[in-house]
Design a protein around this ligand. Structure first.
Ligand SMILES: Cc1ncc(COP(=O)(O)O)c(C=O)c1O
Length: 510
């Protein structure tokens, strides 16, 4: 409908003076201002309304049925209450702990907890190497804020594509030995956006997904609506069986993680990649819990095993060992460009902000350096110390070959009770239950880092033993007076605190 106000003016006048008219009367126009504010008193100032009285109240017959449309409404609150009650009943309702981690030298890895700001030791953060509080990383982030502000200012297409953005992508590509990389607001988004886009656009694509895959990959595969087959966790034989039955010549994606986030298992990477390639599939490998932590420059298990080239698409996070936030993929230039051009999860969201870009770049460089290698070796030493200490105390642990140390405690209520008992004793570890892990496989998941000391671990072990007793959980004391209870063999644990960072742990059987 033409504007009744402008219509009364000659087209030449509007052409010549349109900009002035807009400046002078735009604020009074009920159409231009609709959606920004209510007109209120301004309405009376609109010269068009005043002169023409065209906008008037709607006649009664048009409004009288409005009330009759609002019949009995759905009981939204009742519905939400039922959902929450069900979660509470099966102990999967989550109550977030208020834990403010402290970054200062000599205090890290402690946090302030609860209403009294009690200081506790944190055992479950994925800031695996303490890079979130490393001076170089902090300085990079702070300088970036000073120079460029706190926010990106828009999507990559609009205001968010800075020199730093491109530098970070080039660094990630170099780290993974790939031609290109693309960053996302998180690795959840990276996995979801990449998998949903690729599996949707590749014609008749079939996805082969590890049964232990993280929710982000499951979500991406689901969102693609491509047909999928699930192979047993880290089982190359099952993967082969499924691929053997697949039609030749159609695109396929084989999707799995290297270090499993909840069990600490590491997949048979080379075998799985070889099988996938034998059947013409692309490999999508999530290295989220490996980047920064394994390999000479911290590129993950692919680098550690010298087989980065077997991974077609690698995904990683900037939010765990790199101590920032954000996620990424790296792969061939055309594949990355395709995701960049087609994935809504990449396109329609604000870009990563300057401090995160600068902090991540500094962190990747730090962990690729000699200092990074030093942090990694301290990390592995303290992990071994914890595993050994659990063993010696006869406490249960799941067989993990990585830095993740899960202690199984069956039952969501039991594991939560043990976590509470530990918190009382100054140790914070989050209880892990459904839906993060399957029901019946609840656990405490410990992630010690290079800033945890052997003394802290000794104190944790004492607290764990007390917590198990407090909650009537039986466990087998492995040692009794230095002798194995099962076979009466004498064990000598060769572990002085000074040595803990220098040598691999040793348990010697006398
Ligand atoms: C295996 C795995 N992949 C992806 C993600 C998502 O990473 P981000 O925290 O960057 O979203 C996680 C997060 O915990 C994870 O464990």
């Amino acid at each position: 409908m033409p504007c009744p106000f402008l219509k009364s003016l000659s087209p030449a006048y509007v052409r010549n003076y349109g900009a002035n008219l807009l400046k002078q009367y735009g604020n009074y126009c009920p159409i231009l201002t609709r959606g920004f504010r209510t007109l209120g008193d301004d309405e009376t100032k609109c010269p068009f309304i005043q002169q023409n009285s065209i906008v008037s109240e709607a006649p009664k017959e048009m409004t009288e049925d409005i009330h009759s449309r609002s019949g009995p409404s759905y009981s939204y609150e009742k519905f939400f209450n039922e959902q929450i009650s069900a979660k509470k009943k099966d102990y999967s309702y989550r109550v977030f702990r208020k834990v403010s981690r402290l970054a200062a030298e000599g205090v890290y890895p402690a946090a302030l907890e609860g209403p009294d700001n009690r200081q506790v030791t944190v055992w479950c953060a994925n800031d695996y190497l303490g890079t979130s509080r490393h001076a170089t990383v902090q300085e990079a982030a702070v300088s970036a804020i000073r120079a460029h502000g706190t926010g990106a200012g828009g999507t990559r297409n609009i205001a968010g594509n800075s020199q730093m953005t491109e530098k970070l992508e080039a660094e990630i590509a170099k780290l993974h030995n790939k031609p290109a990389a693309l960053i996302f607001s998180s690795c959840f988004v990276a996995n979801d956006a990449t998998l949903s886009t690729l599996a949707k656009i590749l014609p008749n694509c079939i996805v082969y997904s590890d049964a232990g895959n993280h929710a982000s990959m499951i979500q991406g595969i689901r969102n693609s609506r491509a047909p999928k087959h699930i192979f047993r966790h880290n089982d190359p034989i099952h993967l082969r069986e499924l691929l053997e039955a697949s039609p030749a010549g159609v695109p396929k994606l084989v999707v799995f993680e290297t270090v499993h986030s909840m069990s600490g298992a590491i997949c048979p990477l080379e075998e799985m990649c070889n099988i996938a390639h034998e059947y013409g599939a692309l490999t999508f490998v999530d290295e989220v819990h490996a980047v920064g932590l394994y390999g000479k420059s911290g590129a993950g298990i692919g680098e550690e095993r010298g087989i980065q080239d077997k991974i077609d698409i690698v995904s990683g996070t900037l939010g765990k060992a790199y101590g920032n936030v954000g996620g990424y993929i790296a792969g061939s230039s055309l594949l990355v460009d395709t995701v960049r051009s087609l994935a809504p999860g990449f396109i329609f969201t604000t870009a990563l902000p300057p401090p995160v870009l600068a902090g991540s770049l500094a962190s990747i460089r730090l962990l690729a350096s000699e200092e990074g290698r030093g942090l990694r070796s301290k990390h592995q030493a303290i992990v071994r110390y914890l595993k050994l200490s659990l063993l010696v105390a006869g406490l249960p642990q799941m067989p993990s070959v990585s830095h993740i140390v899960p202690v199984p405690i069956t039952g969501a209520d039991k594991v939560a009770a043990v976590a509470d008992s530990l918190m009382k004793r100054g140790h914070y570890v989050q209880a892990i239950n459904y839906p993060t892990v399957a029901r019946g496989t609840e656990r405490l998941r410990f992630a010690p880092g290079p800033y945890h000391t052997p003394e802290m671990i000794d104190s944790l072990i004492t607290a764990l033993i007390e917590a198990f007793h407090e909650n009537d959980i039986l466990f087998n004391e492995f040692l009794k007076n230095g002798t194995c209870r099962e076979c009466s063999m004498e064990y000598k644990v060769d572990l002085s605190h000074e040595e803990v960072y220098k040598y691999p742990m040793r348990v010697e059987v006398a």
